[in-house]
Write a protein that binds this ligand. Structure first.
Ligand code: UDP
Ligand code: MG
Length: 310
């Protein structure tokens, strides 16, 4: 059976049309299927639309989260409730074309465990979105030790094996494309053209985007921590040279002034560096704290799915 996990946040306008298209593709593939619609605390009538969809199609199921938990957590919830042998993750806004599922599935059948869809074009997305995404993926590639594929979102197909491993990852900062890369198994990709959104605007506000970027970086790289250490060493070294010079000019050259300016500059500089260091450490401690609390990742309000194993 193929499960398709769809996170839904304020997509009421285009959702039923999208699910209809998706269903056509799944029927064409000819395997049994289920569609798991995760309502991520939508503020419009998306949930009503989801209920209508589920009523008209016994293969569609819903998970209604108690509030907006964010895209990555919504997908994680869907993955927990999906019971297929192959699980497709995709956006519900029409940007990931359902027709590509055929290609993903075909590739999976060749014996892969993860087939992700690589964007060779990104539709009419804004200049800033494309540009920030590019910078982010490049930086990630440079500072992480596991290769996380570039220009790849969450659109992909996974075997049950991978999904079971994924469910065992308890971290609260979800960065699924990183986590799945970390898991390993046999991975490959297909290429596709990302479509435009059918209606509405991106639900990824800048705040959510920055959050995702920070979660990705801190979950898969200790490089920022190392940066704090390195800059600390560099400062200490410059300070040491400065001390030597001061002593030299004081005792050898006998040339010295009460150095108000240099003192202030040094103080401010060191102070700045320390604050940066503390800030970076704070980022990590915040996340440690988050994990220590060990709260459930999400809370389900209601669902018509019997909970999958583990
Ligand atoms: N989404 C979600 N919760 C959120 C934000 C987005 O479930 O807090 C869903 C949204 O409905 C869509 C998918 O995640 O199906 C991708 O979001 P969006 O299209 O806004 O992101 P973009 O394609 O602009 O990166
Ligand atoms: Mg989108």
């Amino acid at each position: 059976m193929i499960s398709v996990v769809l996170p839904v946040y304020n997509e009421a306008e285009s959702l039923s049309l999208f699910v209809a298209q998706l269903r056509d593709v799944l029927v064409e593939i000819g395997e049994p299927y289920e569609i798991v619609l995760v309502n991520d605390g939508s503020k419009d009538h998306s949930f009503k639309v989801i209920l209508d969809i589920c009523e008209s199609d016994p293969n569609s199921k819903f998970v209604n989260l108690s509030r907006n938990f964010g895209h990555q957590i919504a997908i994680s919830a869907g993955v927990d409730f999906a019971s297929g042998d192959a699980i497709v993750l995709m956006d519900s806004d029409g940007q990931d074309p359902p027709a590509e599922i055929k290609n993903l599935y075909k590739k999976l059948k060749e014996g892969y465990d993860v087939v992700y869809a690589k964007r060779i074009s990104r539709g009419k997305e804004g200049f800033i979105k494309k540009w920030t995404a590019k910078i982010f993926y490049n930086t990630m590639d440079r500072i992480t030790s596991i290769p996380i594929p570039m220009d790849v979102g969450d659109f992909r197909i996974l075997t049950k094996k991978v999904v079971e491993a994924l469910r065992k990852m308890p971290e609260k900062q979800r960065y699924l494309r990183g986590q799945i890369a970390w898991l390993g198994f046999k991975q490959t990709y297909i290429e596709y053209h990302r479509e435009d959104r059918t209606t509405g605007d991106t639900k990824y506000t800048y705040r959510k985007m920055i959050r995702l970027a920070l979660d990705g970086i801190t979950s898969f790289s200790n490089w920022p921590l190392r940066l704090a250490t390195i800059s600390g060493f560099v400062c200490a070294f410059i300070g040491f040279l400065l001390i030597l010079y001061t002593l030299y000019s004081r005792y050898v050259l006998q040339d010295y002034e009460p150095g108000w300016a240099s003192l202030m500059i040094t103080l401010v500089f060191i102070g700045g560096i320390q604050l940066i260091g503390i800030g970076i450490i704070g980022e990590y401690i915040g996340r440690i704290n988050e994990n220590v609390k060990n709260r459930p990742l999400y809370v389900v309000d209601e669902t018509n799915i019997e909970r999958a194993q583990n």
